[in-house]
Design a protein around this ligand. Structure first.
Ligand code: FAD
Length: 318
């Protein structure tokens, strides 16, 4: 079932969902299941699975020589989606990236999605490779998420890279895209970034999931500005409970977001990480209560492989 159909079927009731990351290659899937199991009582209609970009590794060859190889540390997004879908009977949303994939590879991945009954996908550009300052489009790949959205929409309509025409009016894919309540780092202004978001929706995106934020005002303002320029699709807030002191510097650096002073103070004065986790839980519960009142379609939690705090938060809300 498509995400948009889940939202419609909920008739205004806010849904619970999570995003997970594949385990490092060589580890089993059991730990992932152990983290999903406790969250199933909140009946997520869908679970997102991230995709990681390829990266360079440097192998010592002796005699001071080093060989550079390219690898993907956490492959297996589609396999994980298929196994979760069939184990838990929930829909899964593989993240599909421009970076690191040619258009043909993307097309084959989407064909696999169709065979597996996966009809929701999240279309993303991806970041620069580790160690590179700027994002560079992969040779033969898409440059921006908007181009990827158009390609996915074409495939959903039966038009492949080698075809001239779409063969169906019905798009088999429901396409999600990313939105940034605090602006994407590379965008010269919020207005510019919102216009790019509008282009993704016009290209065929069916819903937006936001970058994490800790100040609801940023989300409310983002939704208002998006609606004002004609973005009418659901805008799902992405939620991350803060859990360690290191998050104070790591989250702003990685995700280019601000943390509210009140939250910084509470985390700074917490005596250890157990106390920080409690601060994170309390902050997220009150943040989500306000979002529920606002009538958000879904509360989408970035689990990053940890379910304990999300379970505590969800128990207060659902
Ligand atoms: P785009 O929409 O392409 O935008 C990138 C930048 O280019 C923006 O500054 C935008 O304003 C600008 N832009 C867009 N279109 C154009 C255009 N036509 N011309 C000029 N400028 C343009 N990363 C991963 O590697 N794996 C994941 O699984 C993953 N999941 C994510 C899930 C969510 C909900 C979010 C919010 C992010 C996720 N990311 C993931 C991170 C994402 O890949 C990065 O934030 C990336 O830098 C931008 O991706 P995008 O799809 O928003 O790009």
């Amino acid at each position: 079932m498509k995400i948009t159909e889940h939202i419609q079927a909920a008739q205004g009731k806010t849904l619970f969902s999570i995003e997970i990351i594949p385990p490092p290659k060589g580890t089993g899937i059991e730990d992932l299941y152990k983290n999903i199991d406790p969250l199933m009582e909140f009946k997520p209609p869908f679970i997102d699975v991230t995709t990681s970009r390829e990266e360079y590794v440097y192998l010592e060859k002796g005699n001071g020589l080093v060989e550079r190889k390219i690898t993907r540390m956490r492959p297996g997004t589609l396999g994980i989606c298929a196994s979760i879908q069939y184990k838990y009977n929930v829909d899964t949303v593989p993240h599909v990236l421009c970076g690191g994939f040619t258009k043909e590879e993307t097309e084959y991945l989407l064909v696999d999605c169709l065979y597996l009954g996966i009809d929701n996908v999240m279309a993303l550009r991806g970041d620069a490779m580790k160690g590179e300052n700027h994002y560079k489009a992969t040779s033969g790949g898409h440059k921006y998420a908007g181009d990827l959205v158009a390609h996915i929409a074409d495939i959903g309509h039966g038009k492949f890279l080698t075809d001239e025409e779409r063969t169906s009016d019905h798009n088999k894919f429901c396409i999600g895209v990313a939105g940034y309540p605090e602006k994407h780092i590379e965008a010269p202004s919020m207005k510019y970034d919102l216009q790019r978001l509008k282009e993704k929706v016009d290209a065929g995106a069916d819903y937006v999931v936001t970058q994490m934020f800790f100040d609801n005002q940023k989300y409310f303002q983002f939704v208002e500005e998006a609606r004002a320029i004609g973005i009418t699709v659901p805008i799902i807030p992405g939620i991350k409970p803060l859990a360690t002191k290191s998050h104070l510097s790591m989250l702003p650096k990685t995700f280019k977001i601000d943390l509210p002073e009140e939250l910084i103070k509470a985390v700074s004065s917490a005596k250890d990480n157990a106390a920080v986790r409690q601060v994170g839980i309390e902050w997220t519960v009150s943040q989500c209560k306000e979002l529920l009142e606002f009538g958000v379609p879904v509360l989408h939690f970035y689990s990053m492989g940890k379910s304990e705090n999300i379970q505590k938060i969800a128990k207060e809300l659902f």
